[in-house]
Design a protein around this ligand. Structure first.
Ligand code: ADP
Ligand code: MG
Length: 323
């Protein structure tokens, strides 16, 4: 059973950044308005995620760590409704199988909180303690019991950089949540949660990269696109700065990249890759999603329509304006 859990865990949790991603998504699903992520040694020795969300009821804690106990998914399309990021109900069990987890949590309805420890999938302790409302996860010594997997980790610097990128994307995907990132006791990012995407873009990328930003705002029956378009980043002749989120998730789609680039190219002849941050909201029935434990493949029911809408939006944004 332990082996099965450890193998299955590898599909969800392959490095520290996947732990951070899952814990952040859980915090967001819990309705948190503020989340702090702290890491040491690239997240290998410690990841701490603290949120002010709804907390976990004491009697629900062991269940939350059971594989598939909480799976909320009914159909693949459910994944793309904004209501919930979690769906497989296997993140906590997978994380606990390959690390030493300590959980401190309290709901509004309970008078006291709980501290729960689970190492390598083995429950160690459950105590009643005083705690603020919300949840803190401490994940220590990732892959301490799966040396083969630990060997595949890169240096703490590289693993830390993956987490840094993830934190920036998560922050851009949710301007309404205050997100803080501390790496080796240093403040790396602290967003206000004031809903202002433009402020967020300048905070994360700086004026040098983001440059002047032109707003994009389009609405059609079942598609809404909003965000900002900037100058091409000459030093990067690739898609590094094409950031977009589909229904609040960071998902890659060649169609979206192509629409962005084609729209852009017709005005900025010599440049192909713009700086862009976009939020696309598409009604779930117009999306098709193929789910694999480690990746999501997205298809659109109405490919041409999305392509035209987005590339035209970019053309219109640029027409008669200077970047
Ligand atoms: P999923 O998110 O797919 O449901 P997880 O294994 O990530 O599965 O989490 C299991 C459950 O634990 C969640 O469904 C949720 O009920 C609870 N949970 C996890 N993290 C938090 C949190 N930060 N705040 C409140 N509840 C949480
Ligand atoms: Mg989850």
């Amino acid at each position: 059973q332990e082996t099965i859990n450890q193998i299955a865990a590898g599909e969800v949790i392959d490095r520290p950044s996947s732990v951070v991603k899952e814990l952040l998504e859980n915090a967001i699903d819990a309705g948190a308005t503020a989340v702090t992520v702290e890491i040491r040694d690239g997240g290998i020795s410690l990841i701490r995620v603290t949120d002010n969300g709804c907390g976990i009821e004491k009697k629900q804690i062991p269940t939350a760590f059971l594989r598939h106990a909480t799976s909320k998914i009914k159909s693949a399309v459910d994944l793309l409704t904004v209501s919930s990021l979690g769906f497989r109900g296997e993140a906590l069990s997978s994380i606990a199988a390959v690390s030493q987890v300590e959980l401190i949590t309290k709901t509004a309805a309970e008078l006291t909180g709980a501290r729960y420890q689970i190492h390598g999938g083995e429950e160690l302790s459950m105590e009643e303690i005083g705690a603020p409302e919300g949840t803190t996860f401490l994940v220590r010594n990732l892959f301490y019991n799966t040396p083969a997997r630990k060997k595949f980790l890169k240096t703490p610097q590289t693993e830390g950089a993956y987490i840094g990128n993830l934190m920036e994307r998560m922050a851009l995907s949710r301007p309404d949540i205050s997100i803080r990132f501390i790496q080796n006791n240093q403040n790396r990012l602290h967003t206000s949660g004031n809903h202002n995407l433009k402020d967020l873009i300048y905070m994360i990328f700086g004026r040098e990269i983001a440059g002047n930003l032109l707003p994009i705002e389009v609405e059609k029956e079942h598609v809404r696109i909003h965000g900002f378009l900037g100058k091409p980043v000459i030093s990067r002749g690739n898609r590094t700065y094409e950031n977009y989120f589909i229904n609040g998730r960071y998902i890659k789609s060649n169609l979206i990249n192509k629409a962005i680039e084609d729209g852009y190219h017709s005005f900025m002849m010599q440049h192909k890759y713009p700086f862009v941050v976009l939020h696309l909201e598409i009604e779930p029935e117009f999306l098709d999603v193929n789910v694999h434990p480690s990746k999501m493949e997205l298809r659109f029911r109405n490919q041409e329509e999305i392509y035209e809408l987005l590339s035209n939006a970019i053309r219109e944004t640029l027409s008669g304006r200077e970047l």
